[in-house]
Design a protein around this ligand. Structure first.
Ligand code: NAD
Length: 298
């Protein structure tokens, strides 16, 4: 059993902390929201009133916060109160710069650190089936691996500091672009009189095959579990896809990588969110494409 401090007990952090409790760990939790703390208490987390109380006696501290600015601010306070040697792990999805800053703050305090963003959504967080993409030194990774195993299924050490965030940003750029590509194909198929099922049957077994088509099909019917069959309830919200695409564009600008389709995908998802799609599943982007084409569904 390990004592873990868990900071940020929202949609993702709440169930992740609960899975650490289920795996037999002692989990001390902190969140600015009293509701999140109450929910965590019901899941066996010991609620704390301050950061200092949360990290007291903890061998590992995990953060799961909205964005880079929250992580940098919390880690600034964290390194002031943790003991040297405490393992610090950030599971939030954040920009590369903030991730590097967090690693540097930890190193200055002689604390090993990891960036460990996840994919798999709230369903994966509850079921303990998240994928973890991890950046940081190998020793720190090996120390944290049993904790990742309690919260996830697929655990990949991607490289040094910020490599986990890099993998997450690149993967989600593929996802955003491919969902638009699949949506465009269905809208064009509709215009050409092709049924959704016929296009699915061909493309899912041909070179157009991809996750956005076969697991998350953006039209109702061919994949019964996809959010399109549930009025595009998330799933993975449009606002989060926009956040990740903007992170990819920030990283591409800083690194000098040419990502024209990533840039276009960010532009389309911005329009989707501005038109009310922020709380819908990101696969609902097909409706924006269809509306822009001036047509109804099949
Ligand atoms: P959320 O808003 O539900 O949870 C964030 C929590 O952090 C909130 O409870 C908030 O009160 C707390 N918080 C904010 N500032 C704080 C502070 N200074 N101290 C303590 N607590 C603070 O967000 P979420 O959906 O759980 O997402 C968390 C991270 O996971 C984000 O970076 C997101 O991009 C990433 N992510 C989310 C999903 C998803 O499907 N929700 C999937 C993959 C990755």
């Amino acid at each position: 059993m390990t004592t873990i401090g868990f900071i940020g007990l929202g949609h993702m952090g709440g169930p992740m902390a609960a899975n650490l409790v289920k795996a037999g760990h002692r989990v001390k939790g902190f969140d600015l929201s009293p509701q999140s703390l109450d929910q965590a208490r019901e899941n066996g987390v010991l609620p704390c009133k301050t950061l200092a109380e949360t990290v007291d006696g903890a061998e590992t501290v995990i953060t799961m916060l909205p964005a880079g600015k929250h992580v940098v601010s919390v880690w600034e306070d964290l390194v002031a109160v943790v003991s040297a040697g405490t393992l610090l792990v950030d599971c939030s999805t954040i920009d590369i710069d903030s991730a590097r800053k967090a690693h540097a703050m930890a190193a200055a305090k002689n604390c090993p650190s990891l960036d460990a963003p996840v994919s798999g959504g709230t369903g994966g967080a509850s079921a303990g089936t998240l994928s973890f993409m991890i950046g940081g030194e190998r020793d720190a990774f090996l120390r944290a691996e049993p904790l990742f195993q309690a919260m996830g299924k697929r655990i990949v050490h991607c490289g040094d500091a910020a490599a986990g965030q890099a993998a997450k940003i690149c993967n989600n750029m593929i996802l955003g672009i491919s969902m638009i590509a699949v949506g465009e194909a269905f809208v064009l198929g509709e215009k050409l009189g092709l049924s959704h099922q016929a296009l699915f049957d061909v493309a899912s077994a041909s070179s157009g095959q991809c996750w956005s088509l076969t697991t998350y099909c953006p039209v109702p019917g061919p994949v019964p579990a996809s959010p399109a069959n549930n009025d595009y309830r998330p799933g993975f919200a449009g606002a989060l896809m926009l956040k990740d695409l903007l992170l990819s564009q920030e990283a591409a600008g800083a690194a000098g990588a040419m990502t024209p389709l990533g840039a276009k995908a960010a532009e389309l998802y911005r329009s989707f969110v501005e038109n009310g799609g922020g709380d819908s599943d990101f696969s609902g982007i097909i409706n924006l494409l269809r509306d822009s084409s001036g047509s109804g569904g099949e």
